[in-house]
Design a protein around this ligand. Sequence first.
Ligand code: BJW
Length: 238
Amino acid sequence: MTIERIVVLTGAGISAESGLPTFRGAGGLWEGHRVEEVATPEAFARDPATVHRFYDLRRRQLQEAAVEPNPAHRALAELEAGFPGEVLVITQNIDDLHERAGLGHLIHMHGELLKARCGACGAVHPWRGDLGHLPPCPACGRPGRLRPHVVWFGEMPLEMERIGAALGASDLFVSIGTSGNVYPAAGFVEEVRAHGRARSIEINLEPPAHNRRFDEHRQGRAGDLVPPLVRELLTGAA
Ligand code: BJW
């Protein structure tokens, strides 16, 4: 079958080799908290200082010189530039490593760490500093209302309509470095299967979970396995 439209979903695993820790699995805890405990609107309402500290530390870490895109991020940018059909990358990651690798178009379905949103006026601002000292919103001037521009549990992920349309039209779905624990992203493979046209490939360090239904599983590091997959797609060998 000729492949014309590719949708790629990425998760924390693709950025692990760039030095950013994943959420679940070894080292996935943050000061003894599970992500489910800090990444909720309820946690933010109850204890904003802890939630701000979690994101302030991650924002600082993302801007450290050692954190750079890895060969998997770069290969996806090459795929976008060289593939004659359509390529859409949807990332659950809030880092900016895909952009830094040169990817032109992507959907950040769980938001972006380098942006802040005002809970009072709704304005979204580029943001590289801390939020824990409760700076005023640059748009409305109110203090203490800025929060990370990220999607927490119980909130609606971004651009779901565009994502649904792209999944429905795709003929290849590739999932890279995600545990499949968090919905709706965990259900994308089923959505693609329901249309009956798309092939699905999963790349993950771990063996496939019992409930995961991909046509093909490639086990290993994203930095090792994404570049050869991209070469296959660019030469028509996949
Ligand atoms: C490597 C590697 C290497 C390592 N190479 N691989 C049923 C249906 C629908 C919803 C629900 C449902 N049941 C419950 C819900 C609600 C909830 C949910 O899913 N809860 C679960 C706990 C069950 N979902 C929501 O609330 C979402 N909103 C929502 O559903 O709205 C209603 C709606 C319904 C239907 C349609 C549309 C909307 C919102 C979810 C928001 C998630 N937010 C977070 C935090 C915010 C951002 C941040 O702080 O970064 O997003 S949680 C956290 O998990 C983060 C991640 O993006 C997300 C996914 O994690 P990911 O990327 O999979 O990371 P890990 O660590 O889990 O896995 C890493 C993987 O990489 C592992 O498999 C490793 O093996 C692998 N790996 N190194 C390759 N080198």
